[in-house]
Design a protein around this ligand. Structure first.
Ligand SMILES: Cc1cc2nc3c(=O)[nH]c(=O)nc-3n(C[C@H](O)[C@H](O)[C@H](O)COP(=O)(O)O)c2cc1C
Length: 366
């Protein structure tokens, strides 16, 4: 369906030194703009940039500051079958290089979402990906079926990092069976819509869970949802969040997210969407080299609501400068030396193993 362009008034320049400000300049005159198109299964994206659920409202909140066409797709706050009020406050706290949130999925419920929010979203000049959640398998299926019946929805992202109340609160995405169950059930009701399974980092091994999502029919996986943490007000002897624990997001989790994306991309053949602390064009390219086909921008939207535009400008500047004509050529190009593959490792082993490795000597000496 063709969508009319919706442009915000020209925004004022971002504050110097903000994270996304690292790469604000457009493509220099005379330099061919890079081809930024990528594909998430059947979903063709004009560039790799999506918004991360819960950090972009339902789009309208950003209309005064952002040109939506910077993003290839918008993912709104998780929708559930019934309306939810979310957790009591305080439900957000700032932490070094990030934030903790225990929002608790407040949302208007799928019926009101389809009536009051979707018409606005489907008029935006980018794809609409609806993020759905649930506390039971039936919740997920009902919500996915309802959303799939609406025109102008381009894909569904399943937020399976929700506690399964039928299983005593065990999070669906912390085990392969739970992941398989939700994805395969939603696959049956989602028609031809691409399905993205959003995975949690709160697991020991992501590979079997990523494979379960793939086997169950997911077109892509996205990761990571926030990393569970907590903060304490020691003077009051109280947790900083009413929920006690919350999800850590922002630059603090970027290396963790990068590791998960790399491991997941090696475990599956379907595309991987990277999420976690992405704040500038360099970060996007880090994730793509590690195996991501696209990325979602999350906490940075709170720091700088124009981050999408600036990250896009950064891609247009960095790629030609690096001699990269098509961003998709970078996907999964990370050069990794497997243990035992490298002549240096062989030499090290011959000379006495790890004890002779200069990078380890500092640790071994203590
Ligand atoms: C305030 C807040 C609310 C969020 N709400 C949701 C949500 O409703 N559904 C969801 O799938 N993820 C939600 N997330 C997780 C983000 O989509 C993303 O996975 C996470 O924040 C990591 O990316 P970031 O470090 O770039 O923020 C939320 C994150 C934040 C900070």
């Amino acid at each position: 369906m063709s969508k009319p362009a919706r442009h915000a008034p020209p925004p004022s320049p971002p504050p110097a030194g903000s994270p996304a400000d690292a790469s604000p300049r457009p493509t220099p005159a005379g330099v061919a703009a890079p081809d930024l198109a990528v594909e998430i299964g059947r979903l063709a994206l004009k560039n790799p940039l999506l918004t991360a659920s819960g950090t972009f409202g339902y789009g309208k909140e950003f209309e005064q500051v952002l040109d939506f066409s910077a993003f290839a797709g918008v993912i709104g706050k998780t929708i559930t079958r019934e309306p939810r009020a979310g957790n009591p406050p305080p439900r957000i706290v700032e932490t070094p290089s990030g934030m903790l949130n225990a929002i608790g999925l407040p949302n208007p419920g799928v019926e009101r979402y389809c009536r009051d929010y979707l018409p606005y979203l489907r008029a935006l000049p980018c794809k609409v990906i609806v993020n759905v959640g649930g506390m039971t398998l039936d919740d997920f299926v009902a919500c996915a079926r309802r959303v799939a019946a609406e025109p102008g929805v381009d894909a569904i992202e399943l937020n399976i990092s929700c506690p399964n109340v039928e299983e005593g609160g065990r999070n669906f995405a912390t085990h392969a069976e739970g992941t398989h169950q939700v994805v395969s059930a939603c696959r049956r009701v989602a028609g031809g819509l691409p399905l993205i399974a959003k995975l949690t980092p709160n697991v020991a091994d992501i590979a079997p869970i990523a494979r379960a999502a793939e086997e169950a029919g997911a077109d892509a996986i996205s990761l990571i949802n926030p990393w569970i943490g907590m903060e304490v007000d020691w003077r009051a002897r109280r947790p900083a969040l009413a929920n006690v624990t919350g999800g850590l997001s922002g630059p603090a989790i970027r290396p963790v997210a990068l590791r998960f994306v790399w491991q997941a991309a090696r475990a599956v053949k379907i595309p991987v969407i990277g999420i976690g602390g992405i704040s500038c064009a360099d970060d996007v390219l880090r994730f793509m080299v590690a195996g991501a086909t696209a990325v979602e921008l999350g906490t940075i939207n709170f720091v700088n609501p124009r981050a999408g535009e600036e990250v896009l400008a950064g891609l247009n500047r960095l790629l030609p400068a690096a001699g990269v004509a098509r961003v998709r050529d970078l996907i999964g190009t990370l050069a990794v030396t497997e243990p035992g593959d490298d002549a240096r490792d062989r030499d090290r082993d011959r000379r006495g193993g790890a004890a002779s490795d200069p990078t380890l000597q500092g640790f071994l000496a203590v």
